[in-house]
Write a protein that binds this ligand. Structure first.
Ligand code: MN3
Length: 373
């Protein structure tokens, strides 16, 4: 039995990971963490019988304790860090959304526990720090994001890789004009054509900020310079990404869009087991097209690539300012084009810190929350 803790078990990745675990049947769930969806967490506790759970807010503790009096209930960031300190874990799935996952993930790495990483902020904000710790403690950092899983499935020795090609579906505004896109509401932006995901990442997919964050992630995960990472629009989302080798050969990973496959590959690596999507891929059924991203329309993508190249604390500014802006857009306070305006302004104002510490990064986020109103 492989022992696992799932951070963010009630979210989109967390629930799909539990489906994968149901199918694999060789995992023991040691602990779960959830945000506000206590109802679903209670169902998960009943089914998986973890010894410990972590919730966002201690005020929900009684709801858990009244049904499961013997379970240990923790809360907040300290709670997540405690879950990540349990060396009984063989692997931790980091699938919380946002920066709350950063310190707990670092703690798990420090404890020598392998990580299946679904949380983008961890590498975008603190990629240099995280990768250094990964090397130091000799742990596996296994990508769950479909593009990074694709790249990882195509190549493991990146010294032989010439270029990474990351595909993007293009989101709901791909074939809309800039004017049409700018008039869209949060409800329009939440209609993603290919993937069903949480709200924040769906908006990021509509602005292509998500793709920009993925480029930064790929840069850290695979130690590739930014000029060797290309983004290409591929609306069908069949090719999940590709790798070009130095000899000119290109390997791509493809299949119908499903998060079960990358989640399972991260959990079973280096093995492959029968999965939920056991039907084979039908080549006769697909028509694959590709196009260049429009950087004028998708300014968030352009800003992300710039922030990545600047490095240091700049990707953290990009990610935190974007978080704040996306939240405002979801609340109907700003238009979608204001997201890139807010991010650009925050980047322009920022004095780059070359080798930021985690405390520097947390401070940047705090300050941005005060500045952006
Ligand atoms: Mn992705």
């Amino acid at each position: 039995m492989k022992k696992i803790t799932i951070l963010g078990s009630t979210g989109s990745i967390g629930t799909q990971a539990l489906e994968v675990i149901d199918k694999l049947q060789n995992f023991e769930v040691l602990a779960l963490s959830a945000g506000k969806n206590i109802k679903l967490l209670l169902e998960q506790i009943k089914k998986y019988e973890p010894k410990c759970v972590c919730i966002q807010d201690m005020k929900d503790k009684d709801k858990v304790k009244s049904e499961f009096p013997n379970i240990k209930v923790l809360s907040g960031e300290e709670g997540l860090i405690e879950l990540c300190s349990n060396k009984e874990n063989d692997i931790i799935l980091a699938s919380t959304s946002g920066k709350i996952g950063l310190r707990p993930t670092l703690k798990a790495i420090e404890c020598g526990i392998d990580i299946a990483l679904a949380n983008k902020e961890t590498l975008v904000m603190a990629g240099d720090i995280v990768m250094k710790e990964v090397k130091k403690h000799n742990v596996k950092l296994l990508p769950v994001d479909s593009e990074h899983s694709a790249i990882f499935q195509c190549a493991q020795d990146f010294s032989k890789v010439e270029k990474i090609i990351i595909t993007a579906s293009g989101g709901p505004f791909l074939h809309k004009t800039i004017e049409e896109m700018n008039k869209s509401t949060a409800a329009d932006a939440l209609k993603h054509p290919r993937w069903s995901m949480g709200k924040k990442i769906t908006i990021d997919s509509a602005t292509l900020m998500n793709k920009g964050l993925e480029v930064i992630e790929a840069h850290h995960l695979f130690n590739m310079p930014y000029d060797k990472i290309d983004v290409i629009i591929h609306p069908q989302s069949i090719i999940h990404s590709a790798v070009e080798f130095k000899d000119g050969s290109t390997i791509a990973q493809l299949g119908n869009p499903s998060m079960h496959i990358p989640i399972q590959y991260a959990l079973t690596y280096p093995n492959r087991e029968y999965g939920i999507e056991s039907h084979s891929f039908n080549f006769l059924d697909c028509n694959l097209t590709f196009e260049k991203p429009d950087y004028n329309k998708f300014r968030c993508l352009k800003l992300a690539l710039e922030a990545g190249k600047i490095g240091g604390s700049m990707p953290c500014v990009l990610s935190c300012a974007n978080d704040i802006a996306v939240n405002k857009f979801l609340l109907g306070e700003i238009s979608i084009s204001d997201i890139s305006n807010i991010v650009e302004e925050a980047m322009n104002k920022h004095q780059v810190i070359t080798n930021p510490t985690i405390d520097d990064l947390i401070e940047i986020d705090k300050k941005l929350k005060q500045d952006i109103i």
